[in-house]
Design a protein around this ligand. Structure first.
Ligand SMILES: [Zn+2]
Length: 488
């Protein structure tokens, strides 16, 4: 029997209710990210005030620190962090890979970054061809071979290459190998995939760990998660067709192992039991995605998280349909997001209608509309809290929010110096009810800690409220009208 009930539909968009061991979740739902057992800058009281229904916890981080056994001893993650509503945990695989394999390919979740075969070697100038690695570069100390800290790297063009010393500073060495060619043997490898699982190096202390499908479920059960995700291998758009085929076969075996372990060790009482979501892996290829959707539908999962690579490369060009709007002036790179929406178009008709669907790591304003229209029910995205910390605050169309400004204002701009208005007209969050743009700008420029709380309250509420508006619109069969009001 499914825990999910659809209570309204507008074409393919669904409004539903998902029953969990810690209460009901009304969908579509946006899930704020509580990486390390805390949604950055927000307490559980703040989260309840802004009507967060469910949050996401990161298995990788909690497993390494403070350790899932400790959390279990402390009564589980809900008790540990003082949050009595539902929690979804990921498998930990994404971080194990993204702090390793995927970054070594130089790719983000969306879009290609560079050609296979290039290699960034060290800050001494031995650098591969032009590319960018925007997040998650590693800095290693050459002396003790230990990870020092993460850096952001963006190197484009010959001229910039020569500046690498000044960008990286110190005597640290940055070493990122491309895979599977290049000289991987003499490079630092951060994660390695075997049939057994993912071997990875802790980003905290350089310690070695093995994350198996069984281990991932064990950790998530120790945390007391309401929705657990299976371990899968995150694919890169730079992977060749033969590698993708091999990897997907292995992911199938991992998903079955995850399910077997979960079925054996889950809570006996049905009302207290967590749910297990399968992960729909794949690359930007219709045939592969459809095959995967059909495979995963038969396993008996409680829901599905749609992940994998949405990037294009010489291998994967999708169907290149022109059904999606291409707007070069919009400020959104439709060539990237198009692949996400197209993938949703391919797979959702093949998934069981009566089970929830989660778009892994997706959830900007436009994504919410486009994915809800394609039958997605759950979203998670770090953008609201990350943007808040960077001074980008969400605004609705009432305050001039549109696709071209990504629905944000940069609060540091001088035009807000004497601006008495709230961040967003019509927003009823605590921040907007009590504080002006002028005050928030002052806090931001003064690096006051309070800024982070106030900005995060607004940005997270903004996404929760938008998702709720989408739900209401689906129930009233007016989703198209709401979308037209937002996306012009
Ligand atoms: Zn607000």
């Amino acid at each position: 029997m499914s825990n999910f009930k659809i209570v309204g539909k507008d074409k393919r968009a669904r409004a539903g209710v998902l029953k969990t061991a810690h209460g009901e979740v009304k969908t579509p739902v946006y899930m704020p990210i509580g990486t390390q057992g805390s949604v950055k800058a927000l307490g559980p009281d703040d989260l309840k005030d802004i009507k967060a229904q469910i949050i996401l916890g990161n298995t990788y981080h909690l497993y390494l620190r403070p350790g899932s056994k400790l959390v279990k001893k402390m009564g589980g993650l809900h008790k540990f962090m003082g949050w009595d509503r539902p929690i979804l945990t990921d498998s930990g695989g994404f971080q194990a890979f993204s702090l390793g394999a995927m970054i070594s390919d130089g790719v983000r979740k969306v879009g290609p970054q560079r050609e296979q075969g290039t290699i960034l070697r060290s800050h001494k100038g031995d650098v591969g061809s032009d590319f960018r690695i925007r997040k998650g570069g590693r800095m290693y100390s050459e002396k003790d071979k230990k990870l020092q800290r993460r850096v952001t790297v963006e190197l484009l063009g010959q001229a910039k290459r020569n500046n690498i010393d000044s960008r990286l500073r110190g005597n640290d060495m940055l070493e990122i190998a491309s895979s599977p060619s290049a000289s991987r043997n003499d490079s630092v490898v951060f994660s390695k995939i075997t049939e057994e699982g993912v071997e990875f190096t802790s980003h905290l202390d350089g310690g070695k760990h093995l994350l198996t499908p069984e281990k991932s479920i064990e950790v998530q059960l120790d945390l007391g998660s309401d929705i657990l995700l299976v371990l899968d291998e995150l694919l890169s758009p730079l992977s060749s067709p033969s590698y993708v085929a091999q990897s997907l076969e292995r992911t199938h075996r991992w998903e079955l192992r995850s399910k077997a372990y979960f079925d054996k060790h889950r809570e006996k009482k049905r009302e207290k039991r967590g749910m297990l979501f399968g992960i729909l892996q794949g690359v930007y290829d219709r045939g592969i995605r459809e095959k995967e959707a059909m495979w995963i539908s038969k396993i008996g999962f409680d829901g599905f998280s749609i992940g994998g690579s949405f990037g294009t490369s010489k291998y994967w060009n999708g169907s290149l349909s022109t059904s999606l709007r291409v707007n070069s002036e919009s400020g959104i790179d439709w060539a990237e997001t198009k692949a996400i929406y197209e993938t949703m178009d391919w797979v959702t008709p093949l998934l069981p209608e009566n089970l929830p669907r989660h778009a892994l790591g997706i959830g900007e304003v436009v994504d919410l509309f486009e994915c809800c229209e394609r039958g997605i029910d759950m979203f998670d995205c770090v953008a609201p809290t990350r943007r808040a910390r960077n001074g980008s605050l969400y605004i609705s169309p009432k305050s001039g929010g549109k696709v071209s400004n990504k629905f944000v204002i940069a609060i540091e701009r001088s035009e807000y110096k004497e601006d008495k208005k709230p961040i967003d007209q019509g927003c009823i969050c605590y921040t907007c009810k009590n504080f002006s743009r002028s005050y928030l700008r002052h806090l931001y420029l003064s690096s006051e800690i309070l800024y982070h709380r106030l900005a995060s309250i607004h940005n997270v509420y903004f996404m929760l409220n938008l998702t709720n508006q989408i739900r209401e619109a689906i129930l009233e069969k007016k989703l198209k009208k709401l979308k037209d009001d937002w996306i012009k």
